[in-house]
Design a protein around this ligand. Structure first.
Ligand code: ZN
Length: 197
């Protein structure tokens, strides 16, 4: 019997192994079950130290639970985004797809409902317009601002997982550059007309 029995779950690397629940819309759970699983997920994150959020299906569990740990540990049980606005582009990674970065479209503001809270949770990465007194405070404010935005993005990333979506489905591909036909040179320029420096 191992002292730390929670080590039984690990994040499945989807590049190397099949994860049968990674693209599944996960099963709704009770608050009790959700809290129990969330505790495991937070332990896994604390152990790894390289993640800021984790959804149950990333470790092979079919349960609508995820955790976010950017500014403080947050537990999302059967979460639903009820409002989102102010679209932004972001660059994300995922523990399920190691070393892969993806450009995505997200929102600066989201309001979510979770099973254990009656009121909605509001996440916002919008810049505040409060006056600041000095450089040190400005630096602290900037860092806090960055973390708030990261937390807001992370919440969206984890809720995607619970709906069976990953960053691989969210890729914000740049529009292909379409050349106008008239811009393509049709004959070789007369070299005598070229300028030489
Ligand atoms: Zn992920």
């Amino acid at each position: 019997m191992r002292r730390f029995s929670y080590h039984q779950h690990e994040v499945i690397n989807c590049f190397k192994e099949n994860n049968p629940v990674i693209n599944k819309k996960l099963r709704k759970v009770s608050v009790d079950e959700g809290l129990h699983i969330a505790k495991d997920l937070l332990n896994i994150l604390a152990e790894r130290k390289d993640g800021i959020g984790l959804a149950a299906n990333q470790v092979g569990i079919d349960a609508n639970v995820a955790v976010v740990n950017v500014r403080e540990p947050l537990i999302l049980i059967n979460p639903v985004i009820t409002e989102q606005w102010d679209e932004i582009e972001y660059y994300e990674g995922c523990l399920s797809f190691p070393k892969k970065g993806i450009h995505t479209k997200r929102y600066r503001n989201v309001i979510i409902q979770t099973e254990q809270e009656e009121s909605g949770w509001y996440f916002s990465g919008v810049e505040t317009t409060q006056d600041v007194k000095g450089n040190w405070e400005q630096k602290g404010k900037d860092e806090d601002q960055e973390l708030r935005l990261l937390e807001t993005i992370c919440v969206q990333h984890e809720i995607d997982h619970l709906n069976g979506m990953t960053i691989m489905d969210r890729e914000n591909k740049p529009k292909p550059i379409v050349r106008k036909k008239s811009l393509i040179p049709t004959k070789i320029l007369n070299t005598k007309k070229q300028n030489h420096y």
